[in-house]
Design a protein around this ligand. Structure first.
Ligand code: NAD
Length: 321
């Protein structure tokens, strides 16, 4: 079995490699070659932690495994990351453990890769203003991955705590783009692509606040109760997701479906656009929305890349189990 620690995985997998792995995974899901198992997510009743597993099998890529981890809110005070992720891969032929991979950095890469895949396939080709709602840990990764998908000329950002926006300004500067802190009305009126990546439990962008033709990648809502968008905005959009069941249960779609404004049948898996089975954007004026809930197969795909590269470069530790 191979060990690929966090410090090694972090330096090995590039955003471009994560993008390719996630794009291939979404297509494999749409072809029925890869599937996720039901998610386990439990409150521990210890350390205020939420703990869980996301798992799946990609038969085409021969990747089987799980991501285990969750959220420990007291970790920051101990100098640790609040979100903790570790991926375990198994040999699909024997069930023997194949690798353990540090998954904290990889989680940010695979999440940013998912919204970037949606931007590549759904945003208008002439999109040139990128808007980001949220400025937490994930936001710079989102900005970096999105910037590679269109010829953006500037980045607009909003965060409930404006002092956190320096992080976005730095990320924009790193990819050579000017950054402007704006209010949400301005962001909605000027952005061609909007990424929402917050831990919010109420709508931050309302119907009418976003102009026709915008692509929204809604990435923060990954738990029942969380919310970033007005359900009326979701219901007027052409809606895509990574996995329909999960979008309805714990993604942004949960609220529009609950309100009777959207049916699961009206949601398109993004993978079906990649395989050419379903249309993506159908006209320049529609609002497209990607509800990125985060599936286990994304984690397994980037972890498999990390293991492959670590082995090729002699950086994977081998352990006898
Ligand atoms: P973080 O704690 O570093 O940042 C949280 C962000 O949300 C900050 O910008 C904060 O200001 C904002 N926020 C918090 N409460 C808010 C409120 N009431 N109103 C407006 N903004 C608020 O978290 P992070 O690691 O950047 O993750 C952001 C979100 O993305 C989390 O909800 C996380 O669970 C989710 N996430 C989703 C995926 C996925 O695959 N979809 C993957 C990783 C993280």
């Amino acid at each position: 079995m191979f060990l690929v620690p966090e410090s090694v995985a972090r330096d090995l997998v590039t955003p471009a490699a994560a993008f390719a792995a996630v794009e291939a995974t979404f297509a494999a899901m749409a072809r029925g070659d890869a599937w996720n198992f039901p998610v386990v997510r439990e409150t521990l009743g210890h350390a205020d932690a939420v703990y869980g597993f996301k798992s799946g099998f990609d038969r085409a890529g021969q990747v089987l495994g799980l991501k285990s981890g969750g959220y420990w809110p007291g970790n920051a005070d101990k100098g640790l990351t609040n979100h903790q992720s570790t991926v375990v891969l198994f040999d699909p032929d024997t069930g023997r453990p194949h690798a353990v991979v540090g998954g904290n950095h990889l989680t940010a890469l695979r999440t940013a890769a998912a919204s970037a895949v949606s931007i590549k396939h759904l945003a208008r080709p002439d999109a040139h203003v990128l808007g980001i709602v949220g400025a937490g840990h994930q936001a710079p990764f989102q900005l970096h991955a999105a910037a590679a998908q269109r010829t953006f000329s500037r980045v607009l950002g909003w965060n409930v705590d404006p002092s956190m926006l320096d992080r976005l300004a730095e990320a924009a500067a790193a990819v050579g783009l000017p950054f402007e802190a704006v209010d949400r009305d301005t962001l909605g009126a000027r952005a061609d692509v909007i990424i929402t990546i917050t831990s919010c439990f109420e709508p931050l962008l309302m119907c009418g606040q976003v102009r026709p033709g915008t692509h929204i990648a809604c990435m923060g809502t990954d738990t029942a109760g969380k919310q970033e968008l007005d359900p009326a905005l979701v219901s007027t959009a052409h809606v895509f997701t990574d996995e329909i069941d999960q979008a309805v249960r714990l993604g942004e779609c949960q609220h529009a479906v609950e309100a009777g404004l959207l049916t699961p049948a009206a949601i398109t898996p993004l993978g079906a656009v990649l395989t050419g089975d379903r249309p993506g954007r159908v006209d320049a004026d529609e609002i497209t929305l990607f509800d990125g809930t985060g599936v286990g197969l994304q984690d397994l795909a980037v972890a498999a890349v990390a293991v492959r590269l670590a082995r090729a470069q002699g950086l994977a530790q081998s352990v006898d189990m």
